[in-house]
Design a protein around this ligand. Sequence first.
Ligand code: UDP
Length: 313
Amino acid sequence: MPRILITGGSGFIGSHLCEKFLSEGHEVICMDNLITGDVDNISHIKDSRFSFVHYDVTNYIYVKGDLDYILNFASPASPLDYMEFPIQTLKVGSLGTHKALGLAKEKVARFLLASTSEVYGDPVVHPQNEDYWGNVNPVGPRGVYDEAKRFAEALTMAYQRYHGVDTRIIRIFNTYGPRMRIKDGRAIPNFITQALRGEDVTVFGDGGQTRSFCYVTDLVDGIYRLLMSDYNSPVNIGNPHEMTVLEMAQEILALTNSKSKIVRMPLPEDDPKVRQPDISRAKRILGWEPHVALKDGLQNTISYFRMKLGIQE
Ligand code: UDP
């Protein structure tokens, strides 16, 4: 039975990965320090092949026995979290990735880095393909995440080139779905929570900035395919369906039948103006493209938030 370590396994994406790899017949070790992860995301998993280790991966990682795969997903992932945990964000992207790569080398395990569209910063190339080097402000508030992930990519390539570690790099674009936190701070969880509670829906700036949102099951499918492929350069995984933030707020208001008002709030510093993945490489190499329609993905996410908030339909 293949054995996999998933760092950040109690988080939003990590917990879906734990389920996916169990369903594919793996033994799964989930490791998380729970600063933004939540055991509620994994407490339903009753499987003897699953174990949880409460641990901060910026320290030396010890795992007994063999490992076939390591998924490096530990990191705060919301702009609100970068403000609250800037040093932890830098440390997990740099020191945490270093420890996980060291473990991959020791165990001769295949390693997959969860990188991000944030490596492209506020992009001047649109849509973004993997050959674009990005436009990042290293000293801005988002720099702690962007630069940590850029460093993590460089470190991953160095371990591949100099130590022969078998590595994969995925650049994840905006993802949404069940198990995002109510207080996550990102656009979709904020808008859904506000709409369901009848509170003002907070659109930052004029709402004309764009994002392209991918449903979590599509992302997980892309991660699985990339891990099982033999491709070791970065691959974008995201949904190219681009929309403005204002359009997303309106869509959520309509789907929740909410009477909430849209209010404008100041645009955060360095907020990217546009973002859309070019997924030609994922299509060509992995035969991957997203399938879940925005309405369906949002309905599932809204149902999850209703349950969490205790709000009936
Ligand atoms: N945003 C917003 N209202 C919110 C939260 C976010 O208008 O309550 C905007 C944010 O300024 C950005 C977009 O929505 O332009 C997506 O933000 P998010 O934090 O979800 O992810 P990002 O892509 O910026 O990392």
